[in-house]
Design a protein around this ligand. Structure first.
Ligand code: UDP
Ligand code: MG
Length: 346
């Protein structure tokens, strides 16, 4: 069965695409909730029941179309995450699961879910439900008012550890200094229209940093502020190492400032060394103590070689990125989906 047949086989109560009156859409939009999950066995039972209850409520209130869906993406988990997803999909036809062939990281898992989503308005959120799901209703209303992009923005960071708070603030300050267009305190809790998702799919980069790409799309955007809760179960899947590498990804994927900074440093060193040469010559010609000291030779030598190495390192960092990008490697593989599983069942 191909993709189209598959979509057609799912119940469609309101065929609102056929009942458009001019630009106005009749009937509520179908909503897709996309949730990346990595080792979330502790959290998933709560998440699934809350999200399912919430989506049913949205449908009952006329905010979401009857064929709205929840897409759970298993990002190569090593625990019972897929088992739980697969069982939930059996119980509720509105729940669909994707299993990536291995752990590809939050951003790729999210993208896989966005690509598979069939809704008119597609909302991404984390599996730990730290983001207030009631904000989703505001996102849907924003979509009804013609917005393509609704970004959830955290009001405060008091539920974070002091370290996470400080490092996040430092990161956003650094990014704004580097002139990278980021929305302060917006992570990956957002709603996107179909055309915004289609535009996002045009970005083929392997080093994904979605929150940097979204502001570049430029469709009508609204910011919705909310309070973020603490994780109810399980632990963060973003330890320090992953967080730092994600931040570095953000810097090097969107800014060439570090490269320019190295050139600037090189220029500074070169002009500085001219002054040293002038000083050495003046000592040589106008004084009697012109024995060149070991320190004055070795120290600049070490310093300049250090700067050169730093420069090479940063250039190498970008070169590595270009290397990966030019290969155009696939960003993920879907091992199986709950749609396949339900089809193969007798
Ligand atoms: N996640 C993922 N793949 C990874 C790491 C995380 O899909 O390699 C998911 C995780 O299951 C969660 C979301 O990304 O739904 C955010 O992770 P987490 O809540 O641990 O991050 P934090 O809120 O601590 O920044
Ligand atoms: Mg979290």
């Amino acid at each position: 069965m191909n993709e189209n047949n598959q979509a057609a086989s799912r119940p469609k109560i309101l065929a609102h695409r056929e009942c458009r009156i001019g630009p106005v859409q009749c009937g509520p939009r179908t909503i897709s909730l996309v949730v990346p999950c990595y080792n979330e066995e502790e959290m998933l039972p709560i998440t699934i029941s809350e999200l399912y209850g919430f989506l049913s409520e949205c449908v009952a209130e006329g905010l979401a179309g009857a064929d709205s869906e929840i897409i759970l993406v298993d990002d190569g988990s090593r625990d019972r995450t897929w088992e739980l997803i697969s069982r939930a999909a059996e119980e509720h036809s509105a729940i669909r699961g994707l299993k990536l062939s291995r752990n590809r990281g939050h951003q790729n898992a999210l993208l896989a879910g966005l690509e598979k989503a069939e809704g008119d308005f597609i909302i991404s959120l984390d599996a730990d439900l730290q983001d207030d799901i009631n904000v989703i209703k505001d996102m849907i209303r924003a979509a009804e008012n013609g917005m393509d992009i609704a970004l959830g923005v955290r009001k405060k960071r008091e539920t974070d550890s002091p370290f996470k708070r400080l490092s996040a603030e430092g990161f956003y300050k650094l990014m704004s200094f580097l002139k990278v267009n980021l929305v302060y305190n917006h992570a990956d809790f957002r709603g996107l229209s179909r055309r915004a998702v289609a535009a996002l799919m045009e970005y083929k980069e392997v080093n994904l940093f979605l929150r940097g790409i979204i502001p570049e799309l430029g469709f009508p955007t609204v910011l919705i502020y909310y309070d973020r809760k603490e994780r109810a179960a399980g632990e963060t899947k973003y330890p320090l190492r992953k967080m730092l590498s994600f931040a570095w990804q953000g810097v090097t994927s969107f800014s060439t400032f570090p490269l320019k900074f190295v050139s600037f440093l090189g220029l500074l060193m070169a002009t500085g060394s001219l002054a040293v040469v002038a000083w050495a010559l003046s000592v040589h010609f106008f004084t009697d103590n012109a024995i060149p000291g070991w320190t004055s030779t070795v120290v600049p030598l070490l310093f300049t070689s250090g700067v050169q190495l730093l420069g090479l390192g940063i250039i190498g960092e970008y070169l590595g990125k270009m290397y990966l990008e030019t290969k155009r490697r696939p960003r993920y593989f879907i091992e199986k989906t709950t749609d396949d599983e339900s089809r193969t069942k007798p």
